[in-house]
Design a protein around this ligand. Structure first.
Ligand code: HPA
Length: 250
């Protein structure tokens, strides 16, 4: 997936992916940026000879909630480390009928319902006002590599989907999910934005590898429990890791 053979691929691991098994670790560096500190030290290594830089989005151990992640520092730290292609791994709730627990999704669109997050690098003293194009929020080539890898690994996946990014940290109400469904959302998660737009502002290729960990609120006759989420992570994360390894190596 590297744009060139020496550029490292960045992997931002979410819930259930605070470390990356299979990564041959070469070092760890605590870095800082003009936007503050990223969630965790950058872990440098190789995945099947491809240089990779891994960053735990919620810290390691997992302690930073979605609305308090310093997304700007995370993306800038990866950028400064030479990363130009990023895969964000996200745990999500499933809205689309095919997207149940343990299903993997490589979405192609986003609707942003978050608020109050630092969502741009363009602020402060600017020379000009910049409006980046965000028509297609995910990089097509990076998505295709993930899709090919998911197909080759024979895991249950969908190579499309609209990711609805909610504020959290609470889960949604059933009515909110019905509204999101009417809006066209197939998945719901709390961390897809502003991560995707910040990558775009830096000119980085960005794709999302989503693991469905629960049916979204109101999609079953029971409430959402951490036990079911943990069971789906347990069931699905090995497939996510295989897709990552295969796509990064290609
Ligand atoms: N809603 C929002 N974020 C999530 C969910 C959900 O149901 N599951 C995992 N992340």
């Amino acid at each position: 997936m590297a744009a060139s053979s020496i550029q490292p691929v960045g992997i931002i691991g979410g819930t259930g992916l605070t470390t990356l098994a299979g990564l041959r670790i070469e070092g760890e560096s605590a870095v800082t940026t003009e936007w503050g500190e990223p969630s965790a030290p950058l872990v440098r290594g190789t995945l099947d000879r491809q240089p990779v830089i891994f960053l735990a989005r919620h810290g390691n151990p997992h302690r930073i909630p979605p609305h308090q992640v310093n997304y700007r520092a995370n993306l800038m730290a990866l950028y400064q480390a030479g990363v130009r292609t990023v895969v964000g791994v996200n745990a999500v709730g499933g809205i689309h009928p095919d997207m149940g627990p343990a299903h993997v999704v490589i979405p192609d669109q986003i609707i942003d319902y978050t608020w109050g997050r630092a969502c741009t690098f363009f602020e402060g003293e600017l020379d000009s006002v910049t409006h980046i194009d965000f028509t297609y929020p995910y990089d097509r080539e990076a998505r295709e590599l993930l899709i090919e890898a998911a197909r080759a690994e024979s895991i249950g996946f969908s190579g499309f989907g609209v990711y609805g990014a909610t504020q959290g940290p609470r889960l949604e109400t059933a009515a909110e999910i019905r509204r999101m469904e009417r809006d066209g959302c197939d998945l719901v998660g709390m961390t897809g934005m502003p991560e995707a737009v910040l990558a775009a502002e830096l000119g980085m290729r960005y794709a999302c590898l989503g693991l469905v960990v629960n049916w979204a609120a109101g999609k079953t006759d029971h409430i959402i429990t951490m036990d079911e989420i943990e069971a789906a992570i347990e069931q699905g994360m090995s497939g996510v890791k295989r897709v990552l390894a295969r796509s990064v190596a290609s």
